[in-house]
Design a protein around this ligand. Structure first.
Ligand SMILES: [Zn+2]
Ligand SMILES: [Zn+2]
Length: 114
């Protein structure tokens, strides 16, 4: 699977078909939104997606699950649960966690180099 095939339509976070996009269960995320999302998780400040929608940090265990992995918390090997930092785009009802942002960044880096 490449970053741009099988991605199932426009970016979940900005609605554009900008390439490259990393695939997700409910739709892909584009390179601009991965970059913006990684900045949000780094300092917790809101950013704008490529389409001008607000991307904001989410830490509540009760908030929506990640669209890409379905998790809302991390489980440690002792069975303890820790909050899983997520970034949401409320305008588009899209959520991605920090782990999936990292993974998407890796996928897109390979695509950009190729
Ligand atoms: Zn996007
Ligand atoms: Zn995730």
């Amino acid at each position: 699977m490449t970053a741009t095939n099988g991605t199932g339509g426009p970016c979940r976070f900005c609605g554009r078909r900008r390439d490259p996009r990393a695939p997700g269960r409910n739709g892909p995320i584009c390179v601009d939104c991965v970059r913006a999302g990684l900045r949000v998780v780094r300092d917790g400040a809101d950013r704008e997606s490529g389409a001008g929608d607000v991307l904001a940090a989410v830490t509540s265990p009760l908030a929506a699950v990640c669209d890409f992995c379905g998790r809302r918390e991390r489980r440690t090997f002792l069975g303890l649960r820790r909050p899983l930092l997520r970034v949401d785009c409320a305008a588009r009802d899209a959520v991605i966690c920090v782990d999936c942002l990292d993974h998407a960044g890796d996928v897109l880096n390979v695509a950009l180099r190729g």
